[in-house]
Design a protein around this ligand. Structure first.
Ligand SMILES: Nc1ncnc2c1ncn2[C@@H]1O[C@H](COP(=O)(O)OP(=O)(O)OP(=O)(O)O)[C@@H](O)[C@H]1O
Length: 210
C-alpha cells in the first residue's frame, strides 16, 4: 500500500528551483532516507510534501491528514510542561494519549518540567515524542537526531522501527546512520535543478508567510 507518492516534483526555496523531476513512492512499512549534499534541497522537499510551501510542479498524493512533519524547530510551547505540550498536540491531532510517547521517548521523569527548562537533546526527544501523539502514518523528518546522544538515537530508531512495523512510513533527511539497515536511500543529487527558471516562485506566494 502506497502511503505517499510524488511524481515529477519540482521545489524551490528563496525563489530558486532546488530539485526537479523527483518521483518516488513511499509504502506502508517503508523508510526512505533523503540524502544529498548541504543545500541540495532535502528540507525544501520535506516542507513541500508537508504542505508548508507549494511545489513548483508535479503531484503529491497522500491520504488526507496522514502526514506529520518534524522540522528543525521543535515547535514546543516553552511555558508548558512536557506532558502539557504532548496533551496540546494530542488534542490538536486527535491522536492517542500521551503515555506511550512519554515512555517511548524516555520523558516520564521530565513530564512536569517546563519545556524551556529542557536541554537541547531533551527538547528534541519531546519534539519527536510529538509524532507519537499525532496518530499519523507518514512521518516527514528533517534531521531528527540533531542534539541526540547515541542512546537517544537508538531509542528513536526503535520508535521508528515500531512505527514501520505498524504500517507507518517515514521519509527522513539525515546525514547520520540511524541504525535502520532496512531503510532505503533516495539521493537527491540526480534531481538537482538546472539553471534558474522564471517560474521558480509561484504567483502570489510569499515565503515569509509560509
Ligand atoms: N530561508 C531561505 N531563504 C532562501 N533560500 C533558502 C532558505 N533556506 C534554504 N535556502 C536555499 O535553498 C536551497 C535548498 O536548501 P535546503 O535547506 O532545502 O537544503 P538541504 O539539502 O536541506 O541542506 P542541509 O543538508 O544543509 O540541511 C539551498 O540552496 C539554500 O541555500
Amino acid at each position: 500500500m502506497i502511503r505517499l507518492a510524488a511524481r515529477d516534483l519540482a521545489v524551490a526555496r528563496g525563489g530558486l528551483r532546488a530539485v526537479e523531476g523527483l518521483s518516488f513512492d513511499l509504502s506502508a512499512g517503508q523508510a526512505l532516507v533523503l540524502r544529498g549534499p548541504n543545500g541540495i534541497g532535502k528540507t525544501t522537499v520535506l516542507r513541500s510534501l508537508a504542505g508548508l510551501q507549494p511545489a513548483i510542479a508535479g503531484t503529491i498524493t497522500a491520504a488526507p491528514e496522514s502526514l506529520a512533519y518534524a522540522g528543525h524547530a521543535d515547535g514546543l510551547k516553552s511555558a508548558l510542561s512536557v506532558s502539557e505540550n504532548l496533551h496540546f498536540w494530542a488534542d490538536v491531532f486527535g491522536g492517542p494519549g500521551i503515555d506511550t510517547a512519554l515512555d517511548r521517548m524516555n520523558l516520564r521523569d521530565l513530564a512536569a518540567r517546563p519545556a524551556h527548562a529542557l536541554s537541547a537533546g531533551q527538547k528534541r526527544r519531546l519534539g519527536l515524542a510529538r509524532l507519537l501523539v499525532t496518530g499519523r502514518s507518514v512521518w516527514l523528518l528533517d534531521e531528527p537526531t540533531v542534539s541526540l546522544d547515541a542512546a537517544s538515537v537508538a531509542l528513536f530508531a526503535g520508535v521508528l522501527r515500531d512505527h514501520l512495523a505498524q504500517g507507518g512510513a517515514a521519509l527522513i533527511a539525515t546525514h547520520i546512520d540511524l541504525g535502520l539497515p532496512e531503510a532505503e536511500i533516495l539521493d537527491l543529487t540526480p534531481y538537482r535543478a538546472g539553471p534558474v527558471r522564471r517560474d521558480a516562485r509561484p504567483a502570489g506566494f510569499n515565503e515569509a508567510f509560509a
